[in-house]
Design a protein. Structure first.
Length: 256
């Protein structure tokens, strides 16, 4: 297992308050053979200075002059991946120390597994555990390993039930699925999971190995909630319509 290189990709924009803790959670992994790609998407705060304060040769910082788009920055990072595996983390979330080690061991014991997720804890902007306050969201993230068609049904009837920073995938998945779709701003990861589920079985380790941060106490966040919700519904509808058309086209081909 120690021979496998893991590429960890993080995209950051103006998260100076949480960035150092997130980076440290990656560097503290018990599995240490990884490439840590950090793409800063034109931050105007102290983000780059914070990243540069970490003296670790595994960190590769790529500074983009202007803030463009989460998908543009992520696709830029995809091109830098060198590892046998790819893991993702957002710049405000946390990994527990044995996250990578346990996922790699699981995938080694299950060679048919190409994509693996874990359960998560939920924390607020101050790092407090809010599992009890966000029971419905926590329950949504408590998925189990399903067959491909079951995942697609779950996605469209229940929503995005996979936490982005929980993913670990073989590099071949990235090569086969390709880049993020630029049309998405809220549901770029959801669209990616749907695309993966059409080709791969998604496995879930039912253990909380990460913490996903929720910003629940900021006025700016509350003011943006309605706009984000509208955008999410719009992108969800677009995604469903896109794959409905693909399904109908495939059925027509089979029928005729």
């Amino acid at each position: 297992m120690g021979e496998k290189l893991v590429s960890v990709l993080m995209v950051n924009y103006n998260h100076e308050d949480t960035l150092a803790e997130t980076i440290q959670s990656v560097l503290n992994q018990t599995y240490s053979n990884f490439q840590f790609i950090i793409v800063d998407d034109g931050s105007t705060d102290r983000s780059c200075a914070i990243i540069e304060s970490f003296q670790d040769e595994r960190i590769e910082l790529y500074k983009r002059e202007e803030n463009e788009h989460i998908c543009v920055a992520t696709n830029y990072g995809f091109a830098k991946v060198k590892g046998d595996y790819l893991a993702r983390i957002d710049s405000d979330d946390l990994w527990y120390p044995d996250k990578l080690e346990k996922q790699l061991l699981f995938m080694e014991e299950h060679p048919e597994c190409s994509v693996c997720f874990t359960w998560c804890d939920l924390i607020d902007e101050y790092g407090n555990n809010i599992n009890e306050l966000e029971k419905s969201l926590l329950k949504l993230y408590e998925s189990e390993t399903l067959e491909q068609e079951q995942w697609l049904r779950k996605f469209y009837f229940e929503g995005n039930c996979l936490a982005h920073p929980a993913v670990l995938m073989k590099r071949e998945v990235l090569e086969n699925i390709g880049k993020f779709t630029l049309a998405y701003r809220q549901l770029h990861d959801f669209d990616y999971w749907v695309r993966i589920a059409k080709q791969y079985k998604i496995y879930v380790i039912q253990e909380r190995l990460i913490a996903v941060r929720r910003f629940i106490d900021k006025q700016q966040t509350k003011k943006m909630q309605v706009l984000h919700r509208r955008k999410t519904i719009q992108e969800y509808s677009m995604n469903l319509w896109t794959y409905t058309l693909i399904f109908l086209r495939e059925c027509q081909i089979k029928f005729f």
